[in-house]
Design a protein around this ligand. Structure first.
Ligand code: PMP
Ligand code: G9A
Length: 401
């Protein structure tokens, strides 16, 4: 037998399997209410429209939509995306480049590959998106974790950490942030913080990666501005995604930022997958052109708001004293803190036995914190499942106290 372990690359050893993807397998078992994975509500996929678009695209652009395409993306989608970003309030600069990616996950991969050397430091929120942590680890990055409060990253703490890092001569390359409807924290940064963050990025000469898959899934009327729009010097790379506003099965996202960065990403993408799916790019372009996305977003907002409300009400009703949670204005997640003595990783087995799953929060901390935290998803389960799931979970929590 070949000893494969001795053959595997060093890169494979830099990451462990994604906790979320593992949990997704577990919760496929019947009877389990999953408050774990961040899946959109499948009832919200505009199926009829998509089916009609696929037919139209294949009939009208048959040859092109089934053929190889440029690495940057197909022209019609690039044009539609520029117009869409303008409608969304994402400022695209004259010196910006735009690239279509295979989900924003690939944009994260490519921007990291383009910017990070092993040993570089990346500033991340504490907690942050698990699969971003994995990507940064693949490239040998080290982390500067910054605490969050109910308004997102605490920028005063960032300043303190950057000052210290500079004094120690650490190579800090970029700040990775999810300013709106955060995964997993459920927070949204107000504009004054966003401006402060950009001032610090300026002062310390950092690239800012604004990951914004939930930017349009916001259900309260709170005004805030994209970092990309507030940015004056071209240091923000904005990542968008079709996964939450159309369907994740398209595997389409995009990145917009200074042309030098985007062209480095394009060069690397040539060796990853040549280009993203031509067919889904044409369909997505048509969905944008016919405003299908903007129309279905209105329904999504209503449905997700109702689910968010159901989760907050159930938490209020069932959770014992000493449990706290965030109150998201958008996105898919509530983040909860249990009493210190509870280890949510250990508690998960009991919860699954009771028929409910969540993501233990430690997976979102780069520095081993968060043992008593959990992420609860409300986008996928039904309102009834949310109520029942939280009720079951609260029973398990009570037993741990
Ligand atoms: N960033 C964040 C913050 C996410 O929550 C997700 C998906 N859950 C992604 C990136 C990746 O999304 P996709 O590749 O489907 O666009
Ligand atoms: O890995 C997936 O299927 C996407 C989900 C992301 C999340 O739960 O944060």
């Amino acid at each position: 037998m070949v000893n494969i372990a001795s053959k595997l690359s060093e890169i494979v050893g830099r990451v462990s399997v994604s906790e979320i993807r593992e949990l997704l397998k577990l919760v496929e078992k019947p009877g389990i209410i999953s408050l774990a994975g961040g899946l959109p509500d499948p009832r919200l996929f505009p199926r009829e429209e998509i089916a009609a678009m696929v037919r139209k695209v294949v009939e009208e652009f048959g040859e092109k939509s089934l053929q190889y395409a440029p690495t940057r993306g197909v022209g019609v989608l690039l044009d539609e995306l520029k117009a869409f970003m303008e409608r969304m309030g994402v400022r695209v600069r004259g010196d910006d480049g735009l690239i279509v990616t295979s989900g924003s996950q690939q944009a994260l991969y490519l921007v990291s590959a383009a910017l990070l050397n092993p040993g570089d430091y990346v500033v991340v929120e504490r907690p942050t998106y698990l699969a971003a942590i994995g990507v940064f680890r693949l490239f040998g990055a080290r982390f500067i974790p910054v605490d969050m409060d109910k308004n997102g990253m605490v920028v005063e703490k960032l300043e303190e950490k950057l000052r210290r890092a500079k004094a120690e001569g650490l190579p800090v390359k970029m700040v990775y942030t999810i300013p709106t409807a955060h995964n997993p924290a459920g927070t949204t940064m107000p504009d004054d913080r966003r401006k402060y963050l950009l001032e610090l990025a300026e002062q310390y000469d950092l690239i800012v990666v604004e990951d914004d898959p939930y930017g349009l899934i916001v259900f309260e009327n709170k005004p805030f501005t994209k970092l990309k729009t507030l940015d004056r010097s071209g240091r923000v790379v904005y990542l968008g995604s079709f996964s939450k506003i159309l369907a994740p099965g398209f595997r389409l996202g995009w990145a917009v930022g200074l042309e030098e960065i985007v062209s480095a990403m394009e060069k690397l993408k040539q060796y990853v997958d040549l280009h993203s799916s031509t067919l889904t790019q044409y369909v997505a372009a048509e969905c944008l052109k016919q405003r299908i996305i903007e129309r279905s977003i209105e329904v999504m907002r209503m449905v997700y708001r109702e689910k968010r409300d159901a989760m907050l009400e159930a938490l209020e009703e069932y959770m014992p004293e000493g449990v706290e949670w965030t109150k998201p204005i958008g996105g898919f997640f509530v983040f909860a803190w249990l009493p210190e003595k509870i280890d949510t990783r250990k508690m998960l087995r009991k919860a699954v036995e009771r028929g409910v799953a969540y993501v233990p929060g430690y997976a979102f901390y780069v520095d081993g914190g968060g043992h008593n935290t959990m992420r609860l998803n409300y986008s996928f389960p039904t309102v009834e499942e949310i109520r029942e799931g939280v009720k079951r979970l609260a029973e398990v929590v009570r037993e741990e106290l």
